[in-house]
Design a protein. Structure first.
Length: 245
């Protein structure tokens, strides 16, 4: 079970309260190992979706106990159903208290969550082509984005030490160009791959839309490239750092 509200959430919890974060308790109803790298939990929302609504790439902050201290991590909702009050969460399995909790989670377990800071503005005009850069941590959000912008073809750079095998992509070969990139030099290799390929790809699309969700440093570097060097308007580039190396 996650860190209780009564035990406090440290400075992070205080900041979220200051910015009017809304708290909810989720209950696990089922768990499945989707791939060796991912575990999907099915949960009830504790009234969240009816209170907040739902949008593509919507995420929540879950609260975990990390050796007696509160720890929060953000996760994207998978297939939210507002009428049923249910959704899924997919956990990339590695070392850490969040993955440990997901591995052990079983029906009836609960976890506390805060909703604050999530949002999605649909690009207008509609993209003629989507350029997405992500990694295992942002894969659920990437899938949500592709579902929402399903009519547009997409080029996807996916940074992973394991290629693309064993990851639950919602892509189709005739509609999505999935390009695995090994993680090297703290993300610098990914940045170089994107910078090398993008100028030629840009020449063939009238209304591009770029979505980036990698580690914070890589996301900042790529966001700066697309806006300053590639010359894309600010509203056509969305970047969100998902984690700190």
């Amino acid at each position: 079970m996650a860190q209780g509200q009564g035990q406090g959430r440290g400075w992070e919890g205080a900041v979220l309260k200051l910015f009017r974060g809304k708290d909810f308790v989720f209950t696990v109803t089922d768990a499945e190992d989707v791939t060796p790298h991912y575990r999907r939990l099915h949960l009830t929302d504790g009234g969240m979706l009816s209170a907040t609504g739902v949008h593509p790439t919507m995420w929540v902050r879950l609260w975990f106990d990390n050796a007696g201290k509160p720890h929060q991590r953000a996760y994207t909702l998978v297939d939210p159903d507002p009428e049923a009050g249910t959704f899924g969460l997919e956990f990339a399995l590695h070392d850490g208290c969040a993955s440990d909790w997901a591995r052990a989670a079983k029906p009836g377990d609960t976890i506390e969550a805060t909703v604050q800071g999530t949002g999605f503005t649909r690009p207008r005009p509609e993209p003629s082509h989507v350029f997405a850069i992500g990694d295992p941590a942002s894969l659920p959000a990437l899938n949500s984005l592709l579902d929402a912008l399903g009519s547009a073809p997409a080029t996807i750079w996916f940074e992973s030490d394991h290629g693309t095998d064993g990851y639950p992509f919602r892509t189709t070969p005739d509609h999505h160009d999935l390009r695995p990139v090994p993680r090297r030099d703290a993300g610098a290799h990914l940045v170089a791959e994107v910078r090398s390929a993008f100028p030629d790809l840009l020449r063939h699309t009238s209304d591009p839309y770029v979505w980036i969700a990698c580690d914070t440093a890589t996301t900042c570097s790529l966001t700066s490239y697309f806006r300053k060097e590639a010359g894309l308007p600010k509203q056509r580039v969305h970047g969100l750092g998902y984690w700190q190396p």
